[in-house]
Structures are given as C-alpha cells and as structure tokens.
Design a protein around this ligand. Structure first.
Ligand SMILES: O=C(O)c1cc(=O)[nH]c(=O)n1[C@@H]1O[C@H](COP(=O)(O)O)[C@@H](O)[C@H]1O
Length: 271
C-alpha cells in the first residue's frame, strides 16, 4: 500500500497523530533486559506492542541500531511491526543524503533490506540526490526542512533571496517540483511553531513529521495550531525518549503506554 494511503488510514482508524520514535539506548534499558544479545529487539517489541493502537506510525532511528551492531535487530523489528501491526506504517529515520548512485543503494537498504514504508532524507544535495527514493512511488520520502535543533537556524534560516529563507525554499521546491508521485513529506520541529505555520502555508495539506515534543520541550497546543490541516490531520507528531523511558522497571512498556496515551489525548484535545 502507498505510504500516504496507509498514513491517512491510520490517522482515521487510530484517531491519532502520534508517532512513537524507536531510539533504543541500552544504558537506559530495564535491568531484566540488560546484557541480553537481543535486548534492543525485545525492548522495542515491548514498546511497539504496548502502543501500536495509539499511533499513526513508528519511527526507528537507524543510528541507535547501527551503533550497537544491531541492524539485524532493526530488520527483525520492522518485520515484527509489519506482521503484528500491518496497518502501522514505519518511517526509517536515516536522514540520508548523497549523490544519486550512492543514494540508490541507500534506497535499496531502506525499502528492500529494512522494508520501511518511508525514509527521512536530507535535501541539501538537491533533486538528483533525492530521485532514487522518489522512484519508489509508493514509499514516503520525508525531507528535512526546519529541524528541531537550535543549530538548525545556522543554515535553514539564511535568506536565499527576496526575504525567502532556506527552509521555505525547501518547502516550496518539494511541494511544487519534487512531489510528482504525491509521496513527499517534510520534517519541521515542534520547537519552532512559527515555522510550522509558514511551512503549512506553503505546502497545503502535505504531511509533516514533527519531532521535538516531549524531551525537547516543544508545545503540543502550539504545534497543532500551527500545523494541523482543516481536516485536523496532516501531522505525525513524534516523541521518542519521553515515551521509551517513561518507566525503568519490568513494566516499562506499560509506563510507555501510559505516556503515549496521555500524549495522543493531549494532541487530540487540540485538533
Ligand atoms: O528526522 C527526525 O526524526 C528528527 C528531525 C529533527 O529535526 N529533530 C529530531 O529530533 N529528529 C529525531 O526525532 C527524535 C526525537 O527524539 P526525542 O527528542 O527523544 O523525542 C530523534 O530520533 C531525532 O533524531
């Protein structure tokens, strides 16, 4: 199924705009999982199974798996999500960016090896560097636009002419030129609600991945006001650490579910 079709269906069926980010950090795992060779997979499966009915998508961050030599566990985790929660799209957060021939290999890695439904991509190297992902017309390609970190302003806020800022140019380019297959989305941080509103104005109803609530302190109400569409959807609002590490005991998945539920409900209260 097309990523966008699956996302829209999940927004409706789950009544949720929440994306749970899967950033497994072994030092924060509960004691009963510490030291197990499959700890990353088991930790993430616990979170996924406890929260799947509350989310519109999951977003594993590849660095947390690669740093632990656990790419095989990432493959197994995504297979588990497809098998047990088939209506829940998976965004592989990899923020790739390279020349076309190399990008083609990254696209194979994301969509064929890991079987992700969407990937995050850095647009800085331009259209030909993004083309190999766009060619997978049923997969989502989610481009960094206005990132949540403070240093994002160093470049993304530069005036690229006529008062237009770089992140606005990215939004305009993606909406007008790169989205021929309707499979593009943009990343805009919850820590910058004014920019979420600017991007929403530029791109219409295009889905926005919005990290930055929870551990980074972004405001849910401001995010919703700035980025929600007329239909009350259009957003994948990501929270990782605040949900993953809500508890530190054997019942960590229950604690994660409690925070995921609160977060989903806080989002819905502002739709
Ligand atoms: O592309 C992303 O997901 C992303 C973009 C961005 O601008 N800021 C950002 O925090 N992220 C990711 O979103 C997640 C945020 O995690 P928490 O701050 O723990 O909720 C991490 O996986 C980041 O890598």
């Amino acid at each position: 199924m097309h990523f966008m079709t699956a996302l829209r269906a999940a927004w409706q069926s789950r009544n949720s705009l929440l994306c749970v980010g899967l950033d497994p950090y072994p030092a924060r795992f509960p004691a009963h999982l510490q030291g197990r060779p499959d700890a990353i997979l088991e930790f993430c499966k616990g979170i996924v199974d406890a929260t799947a009915d509350l989310v519109c998508c999951f977003k594993p961050q590849i660095a947390y798996f690669a740093a632990q030599r656990a790419e095989d566990q990432l493959e197994d985790l995504i297979a588990h999500i497809h098998e047990r929660h088939p209506d829940t799209p998976v965004i592989l957060d990899a923020k790739r960016g390279d020349i076309g021939s190399t990008a083609a290999q990254y696209a194979v890695e994301a969509f064929e090896r890991f079987r992700a439904d969407a990937i995050t991509v850095n647009p800085y190297m331009g259209r030909d560097s993004v083309e190999p992902y766009l060619e997978y017309a049923d997969k989502g390609v989610i481009l960094l636009c206005r990132t949540s970190n403070p240093g994002g302003s160093d470049l993304q806020f530069l005036d690229v002419g006529g008062g237009e800022r770089l992140y606005e140019r990215v939004a305009r380019l993606v909406a007008n030129d790169w989205n021929g297959s309707g499979n593009c989305g943009l990343v805009v941080g919850a820590t910058f609600p004014n920019e979420i509103a600017r991007v929403r104005h530029i791109v219409g109803d295009m889905p926005l991945l919005v990290p930055g609530i929870g551990a980074q302190g972004g405001d849910i109400a401001e995010t919703m006001q700035a980025g929600g569409t007329a239909a009350g959807t259009g957003l994948m609002i990501n929270s990782s650490r605040a949900i993953l590490f809500a508890g530190s005991g054997e019942d960590y998945a229950l604690a994660a579910r409690r925070v995921a539920l609160e977060t989903r409900d806080a989002i819905n209260a502002n739709r």
